[in-house]
Each structure stands twice: as C-alpha cells, then as structure tokens.
Design a protein around this ligand. Structure first.
Ligand code: SF4
Length: 284
C-alpha cells in the first residue's frame, strides 16, 4: 500500500475511538436499501462524481443529463486518470514480483522499469510520475521487508485494488469503481486534489454501496491525497469515520440530485468555478 502500516494503525485507533463515542445509527446502513431513508426516490444510476460533485451548484449534472453536453476530457482529467493507473499498476507488478521467488532486494529497479513500460507519460510530468512510482515501491518494499523479519504476516497482502461494486440498490451506478479495500474493511480512495468535503461524501457512498451488496459493516475510510505536482510527490492521509451524519449528508445529496434531475430544474452558474471543470467552455 502507498502508506505505511503504522500510519494506518494509528488512524484506525482514532477511528475506533470516534465510533465508540458516536455509534452508527443502524437504520443508515447500506443494507437497508429497501426502506427510507436509505431507499432512493428514483433509480437514476448516478455516478459518484455526480453525487459528490465539485460544482457548487451541481450545474455540471444538469448540463450532462438534461442538456446532453459532453464534458471535455481536459489535461487535469487525463493526468488524474494516469496517476490512478500508475498506482494500481505499480501495486499489481510489485505483488507479482514478490510472489515469484525473485530476490526482493532487486524489486526497486525492476518494478519501476517494468511499470514505466506500460505508460506514455507527458514529458512535463515524467519526472514527477517516476518519483511517485519510486515512492510507492519504497513503501511496499518496507512493508514486505518488515513482515519477512516480523511475525510473517504480510499486511499489504489483503489490500484489494480496483474493486467493482454495484451501487444500483442505492440509486447509484451499477459500475462503481473503488480504488481499494483493506483486509480490515477500510475503503480507500486516492485523490489527486486538495482536501474537500465532497471527497467525504464520495467515500461514504462507496462504503454504503459495499454494505448494500456485502451486508457487512463498513465504518471507516481513508482518503489518500497525492499532491505536489511538479515537485516532490506529497502523500497525506485523511481518515474518515463513516458516521451517521456523513451517511445523512450522502442521502441528502443524492436525493436533492434526484429531485433536480427529475424536475429538470436548471441550477444557477456557480460564482466560483474550478479551473479544471470540464464544462467551463460550455457552461453559460
Ligand atoms: S463551469 Fe462552474 S457552474 Fe459550470 S459546471 Fe463547471 S463548476 Fe459548475
């Protein structure tokens, strides 16, 4: 995993305390998808980007769904997608590497060069992306080295990358893609962005969709922020308790969006727009 286990364990301890102090209202579990308030008013197959939109007025959803504007695939979107793919590929290659009987001390050079063969990286970002791959490999090597001299448990092994989950029971898309789930049922989301409230709504939606499908409690999430573009990659973690309040926030956001789409009500243009909004040229 791209964060050390000791960081994860420290965050988990904080989350356990929060859950103890503020238990989750069981009626807000995803498996109650067949009754209010978890049951959606309509099943529109909303994406996570729609429910947890970066647009302050949700005008992006109106543009896409009602006026059928196609978003531009701009440089920011391409870079975000590339970074996600690079991280997943690095983890996948590293797993394969250490599962074979090769000496793991060669993993650093071998995995970095193998991963790079899979991507065409824009020149201006290539140094940064290579540093990110190296960072992830170093974290994974540290985990494996430690477990080989410790109790023999590989803490990174239960980390499942790119998990597909059907969100339709909650009115979401059938093809939600979760970045990772750890062995202790923690949902992980990578963000190439500054921290934002909508990221908390997104991870709550993933957790409740998992609960709806698996019928096991998902109480915690980790948002791993990757920033420092054009400089040394900076990785930080925000641990999220999927509390009753966050669950209500997700349900409210989803239901307001359903009402807006069904009524075709046009939201106003936001007063402050992201410079990377893919609708900037078509939003008037
Ligand atoms: S340009 Fe602004 S108002 Fe329009 S969709 Fe983008 S963020 Fe929303």
């Amino acid at each position: 995993m791209p964060i050390p286990s000791y960081v994860m364990l420290k965050e988990l301890r904080k989350l356990h305390l929060r859950r103890y102090q503020d238990p989750i209202d069981e009626s807000l579990r995803g498996w109650n998808w067949d009754r209010p308030p978890v049951k959606p008013r309509a099943y529109l197959g909303l994406t996570i980007n729609e429910v947890a939109s970066y647009c302050p007025t949700r005008r992006d959803v109106w543009l896409r769904r009602i006026t059928k504007v196609v978003p531009e695939v701009n440089e920011a979107l391409k870079l975000g997608s590339l970074i996600h793919d690079v991280i997943h590929t690095t983890i996948e290659y590293f797993r394969k590497y250490v599962s074979s009987s090769v000496d793991i001390l060669n993993a650093y050079n071998d995995v970095v060069s193998e991963v790079l063969k899979n991507f065409t990286i824009p020149e201006q970002f290539s140094g940064w992306v290579i540093n990110l791959i190296k960072y992830v490999v170093i974290q994974l090597l540290a985990e494996v080295s430690w477990s080989s001299v410790g109790d023999g448990i590989n803490p990174w092994l239960p980390w499942i990358s790119e998990v597909r989950v059907d969100g339709s029971l909650l009115g979401l898309s059938k093809n939600l893609r979760i970045d990772a789930i750890t062995g202790s049922n923690v949902v992980v989301d990578f963000k190439i962005a500054k921290p934002s409230e909508n990221h908390r709504i997104a991870i709550t939606a993933y957790a409740m969709a998992l609960e709806a499908n698996l019928e096991v409690p998902i109480d915690y999430g980790l948002i791993i922020y990757i920033n420092g573009l054009n400089n040394t990659p900076k990785v930080s973690v925000e641990s999220i308790y999927i509390s009753s309040d966050l669950r209500k926030d997700f349900i409210d956001a989803r239901d307001e969006l359903i009402d807006m789409v069904i009524s075709e009500r046009e939201p106003p243009k936001a007063t402050s727009c992201s410079p990377t909004c893919p609708f900037r040229n078509s939003c008037r």
